[in-house]
Design a binder for this molecule. Structure first.
Ligand SMILES: Nc1nc2c(ncn2[C@@H]2O[C@H](COP(=O)(O)OP(=O)(O)OP(=O)(O)O)[C@@H](O)[C@H]2O)c(=O)[nH]1
Length: 194
């Protein structure tokens, strides 16, 4: 069996249960798994070829385990990543603290890695706004203070297939075209519902 050639390594980071695996499942297999939550152990890998202009770019997506007990292992998986999707659950303020931790860590250790900050489970706050624990402006202030260039907003929820594709397709265009030129551009995404 021949090895898969990966053009761009992507890593999913964030506190346990924020929905990293669900985003990958949605993106790669177009499904949302219902049933008891199963935490990721260590990390899972999936390759996804996508068309970027004339080229096919294969993303190698590492879905890391969010539990702090696997923190040291997650560091192995973000090494050399072209992009990191740092997730937090819009209904869990502690997950935003954890996301801030990962952003700082990436900025210190992986200067060429683009960082996407994603608020997840937007469907829950659409159903009941009182569940929202991270104000849109807090996320915006954090992004403004930490990222050097413009940012995009995306609402990511279990019904929201398009947005995840937008994040990753956009990222692939960035990484697939000319990383050297674009290394300073960071993207910020979060739920844009107030
Ligand atoms: N309502 C809602 N639930 C979600 C969404 N995304 C994930 N979930 C639920 O949240 C739980 C955790 O989802 P996972 O995708 O396994 O979370 P994870 O971040 O990969 O968790 P770890 O593997 O522990 O790091 C599951 O019960 C999912 O069904 C979402 O967009 N909306």
């Amino acid at each position: 069996m021949s090895a898969i050639r990966v053009d761009a390594k992507v890593v999913m980071l964030g506190k346990e249960s924020v929905g990293k695996t669900s985003l990958v499942e949605r993106y790669v297999h177009h499904r949302f798994l219902v049933g008891p939550y199963q935490n990721t152990i260590g990390a899972a890998f999936v390759a996804k070829p996508i068309q970027v202009g004339e080229k096919v770019v294969t993303l190698g997506i590492w879905d890391t385990a969010g539990s702090e007990r696997y923190e040291a292992m997650s560091r192995i998986y973000y090494r050399g990543a072209r992009a990191a999707i740092v997730c937090y659950d819009l209904t869990d303020s502690s997950s935003f603290q954890r996301a801030r931790f990962w952003v700082k860590e990436l900025q210190n250790c992986e200067e060429h890695c683009k960082i996407y900050l994603c608020g997840t489970k937007s469907d829950l706050i659409e159903g009941d706004r009182s569940l929202r624990q991270i104000d849109y402006h807090d996320a915006q202030d954090f992004a403004d203070g930490n990222f050097t260039t413009g940012w995009h907003t995306f609402a990511l929820g279990m019904h929201n297939n398009i947005s995840m594709s937008s994040v990753l397709d956009n990222m692939a265009e960035e990484t697939g075209v000319d990383l050297g030129q674009k290394k300073d551009s960071c993207f910020y995404s979060c739920c844009h519902n107030n």
